[in-house]
Write a protein that binds this ligand. Structure first.
Ligand SMILES: Nc1ncnc2c1ncn2[C@@H]1O[C@H](COP(=O)(O)OP(=O)(O)O)[C@@H](O)[C@H]1O
Ligand SMILES: Cc1cn([C@H]2C[C@H](O)[C@@H](COP(=O)(O)OP(=O)(O)O)O2)c(=O)[nH]c1=O
Ligand SMILES: [Mg+2]
Length: 210
């Protein structure tokens, strides 16, 4: 059986990831395709609840400790993601290890140290980076409610995404996400469809392991 594709949506806060990934998921469901939608942080597990507390500033953790919890939150769901892929279901994920690296490295921690805990996770077939500048993001609803939603910090995150893109040019697409939501969806859907078709016979690789 053809395997599913692992497709990640990345981008600074308020770039439109959650809006677009839900639209793509619903379109695919309506067409009867096998698709599963998830997100990181996945806030319902015990680790996820601790992360949620950190993001809403009801608890405080060191930069290293919260980094490892974000990674642990991915590892607690990694096997279930693999199971979906192997059963022919494509998995759409709202943020992944690239957020983990970009957000912690933006605080000044070493990039390779940041990658270490996520080494070996299922490697994505496609990363769609929704790109908007910090001022556009700031002008959108909800910006500023959570810990990292400051223009200066998001600028650093955006430049770290550029670095990660260079390292992953085979799977990474940068999409100008400053247009309307309606303009964006068909563009994203065509990248998703193409990837699902092209990865069917490829093995699922491990992230950041050669
Ligand atoms: N293309 C767009 N243009 C303008 N506003 C948008 C667009 N996409 C989403 N929004 C709005 O911007 C805010 C953030 O969108 P969201 O999808 O939650 O972004 P993210 O998940 O990247 O933080 C929401 O209020 C949403 O309605
Ligand atoms: C997955 C992940 C997210 N984050 C940050 C990015 C976001 O600021 C925050 C919450 O993610 P999310 O709920 O996706 O935020 P948004 O919808 O506003 O883009 O967690 C990390 O710092 N490390 C990680 O590993
Ligand atoms: Mg979101």
């Amino acid at each position: 059986m053809a395997r599913g594709a692992l497709i990640i949506f990345e981008g600074v806060d308020r770039s439109g990831k959650s809006t677009q990934i839900k639209r793509i998921f619903n379109q695919m469901l309506n067409k009867g395709e096998k698709v599963y939608l998830t997100r990181f942080p996945e806030r319902t597990s015990e680790i996820g609840q601790t992360i949620n507390g950190y993001l809403t500033s009801s608890n405080n953790l060191s930069d290293q400790a919260i980094h490892l919890l974000f990674s642990a939150n991915r590892w607690e769901h990694a096997q279930s993601i693999l199971n979906y892929l192997n059963n022919g279901t494509s998995v759409l994920v709202d943020r992944y290890a690239f957020s983990g690296v970009a957000f912690t490295a933006a605080k000044g921690l070493d990039l390779e140290w940041c990658k270490n805990p996520d080494r070996g996770l299922p490697k994505p077939d496609l990363v769609l980076q929704l790109d908007v500048d910090e001022e556009t993001a700031k002008s959108r609803g909800g910006f500023g409610e959570e810990r990292y939603e400051k223009v200066e910090f998001q600028r650093k995150v955006r430049s770290l995404y550029s670095r990660l893109k260079e390292e992953h040019s085979d799977i990474w697409k940068v999409i100008d996400a400053s247009g309307t939501a309606d303009e964006l969806t068909p563009q994203l859907q065509s990248f998703v469809d193409e990837t699902i078709k092209n990865c069917q016979n490829n093995d699922i690789e491990k992230l950041w392991i050669n």
